[in-house]
Ligand binder design. Structure first.
Ligand code: NAD
Length: 417
């Protein structure tokens, strides 16, 4: 029985979708999501309880970025967020779009605003079809700190001192580093890794790996980058105190003598290509996680087949979950679309994010939880069947694959049968 015909006898044709924050972006992903909402969501749901925030560059510019502050506030208040990819304007884009300034990364503002712990990126698998990895790969990318928040300056020859002043007026200043620069042209960079929430990251990572029955690897370059030792130590102490016996009982540490395995980040880049069987987990610092998950996405066929979920925490301890795809706004397909050419955008990563956000929203505001779970399972099945029947997008099915619009229509038809 189809979704509407089967359930419309028990429920109103349109079910009230639980409240969540919907953040829209731009280019190809915004266009595709407009079609997805109209053809996959609106026929079944009354979405009036969704709060919409437009984080396009034009809207941020017009509101002097108030819209970003409002979106962060709404996300903290509601706790379930769906986000389309957005553009962080470069100097060239600032000029092209006539913006007042090159607005900063909205993702960074949200990760900080929601006390981002981890960005979970997992491979998406299609029933009845093999992509890159046979078994799931789970990834935790530390959501804050590192190179992204670096302070830097171009400097000439001279003495460079980095000092730390404790937040206590009697504390003595500490010299973090002191060095002499010989070159006439240098760039000096300062960044830090905040480690208070790594305990939460560890619990989240190990719980997920245990549930999936896979081996967890902590990835760092601590052998050379000595400052990364702290990340490993926190992960290991949580693992030893709370998880080690369960992992050993299930035989998941057989290749590491019953201990939590550590993998050097450059070795991880090679293993990701070799371990196509999948069935492993990795946790890494922010930038390493960004790079490694892009590599995982490529091995797994397409950036359309990987999730990206930000887990944060409100000051009162309530979790905040934001769901998005790991890819960007897919500018090249957007430009092709604007030139009137056919495109074939794979919406699976964004659809998985929508499914995750709607399910989390239903966990927080549970009046229509059963229907939301039923609908999202049917949607997933309709997308997977369409792909398995050779009617997927071209990243999956080659030149015979469907266009962006044809794929969305085909799934809508299958969902409504
Ligand atoms: P991108 O991920 O948008 O695209 C990279 C390549 O992969 C392109 O060739 C694209 O066609 C292809 N691709 C990606 N996802 C696809 C899909 N689902 N189906 C078919 N093909 C797909 O990265 P980019 O081109 O480097 O960046 C474009 C814009 O996105 C930039 O302005 C960047 O700032 C922004 N961006 C935003 C986010 C975010 O908001 N989370 C993340 C990354 C990039």
């Amino acid at each position: 029985a189809g979704l509407r015909r089967g359930l419309s006898t028990m429920l109103d044709p349109k079910v009230r979708a639980p409240s969540m924050v919907y953040i829209s972006g731009e280019e190809m992903t915004a266009y595709a999501m407009q079609l997805v909402r109209a053809k996959w969501v609106e026929p079944y749901f009354d979405t009036s309880a969704w709060e919409y925030y437009d984080l396009s560059c034009a809207a941020r510019d017009k509101t002097d970025d108030k819209v970003l502050k409002d979106a962060v506030e709404a996300g903290s208040r509601i706790g379930a967020i769906f986000k389309e990819p957005t553009i962080t304007p470069t100097a060239v884009q600032q000029k092209e779009m006539g913006l007042k300034k090159a607005w900063g990364s909205p993702n960074g503002a949200m990760r900080r605003g929601w006390n981002g712990i981890t960005i979970s990126r997992d491979t998406i698998h299609i029933d009845g079809m093999e992509l890159g990895f046979k078994e799931p790969v789970l990834f935790e990318r530390h959501a804050v700190g590192g190179e992204y928040g670096a302070g830097w300056k171009q400097v000439g020859k001279g003495r460079l001192v980095t000092k730390f002043y404790p937040n206590d007026k009697y504390g003595e200043a500490v010299t973090v580093d002191e060095r002499y620069l010989d070159d006439e042209h240098n760039v000096a960079v300062v960044y830090h890794n905040p480690y208070d929430n790594v305990t939460d990251l560890a619990r989240h990572f190990f719980s997920r790996c245990l549930k999936a029955g896979i081996t967890p690897y902590v990835v760092t370059k601590k052998t050379v980058f000595k400052w990364q030792e702290g990340f490993w130590q926190i992960m290991k102490s949580v693992f030893d105190a709370e998880f080690k016996p369960q992992f050993n009982q299930r035989g998941l540490l057989a290749r590491s003598n019953g201990e939590l395995p550590h993998l050097i980040s450059d070795a991880a880049t090679m293993q990701i290509i070799r371990w196509t069987q999948g069935g492993f987990g990795m946790a890494a610092h922010n930038y390493d996680g960004d790079m490694l998950t892009d590599e995982i996405a490529q091995v797994h066929r397409s950036p359309g087949f990987i999730t990206s979920n930000l887990i944060g925490k409100r000051s009162d301890g309530v979790p905040i979950m934001e769901f998005e795809a790991s890819h960007g706004t897919v500018a090249d397909l957007w430009h092709a679309h604007q030139r009137g050419e056919e495109t074939s955008f794979n919406p699976l990563g964004m659809a998985e994010a929508l499914i995750g956000a709607m399910r989390h929203a239903a966990d927080l505001d549970s009046a229509n939880k059963v229907f939301v779970h039923h609908y999202t399972s049917m949607l997933r099945q309709a997308m997977h069947r369409t792909m398995v029947y050779g009617q997927g997008t071209r990243d999956l099915c080659g030149p015979d694959g469907l266009t962006t619009e044809e794929f969305i229509d085909k799934v809508a038809w299958r969902l409504d049968r």
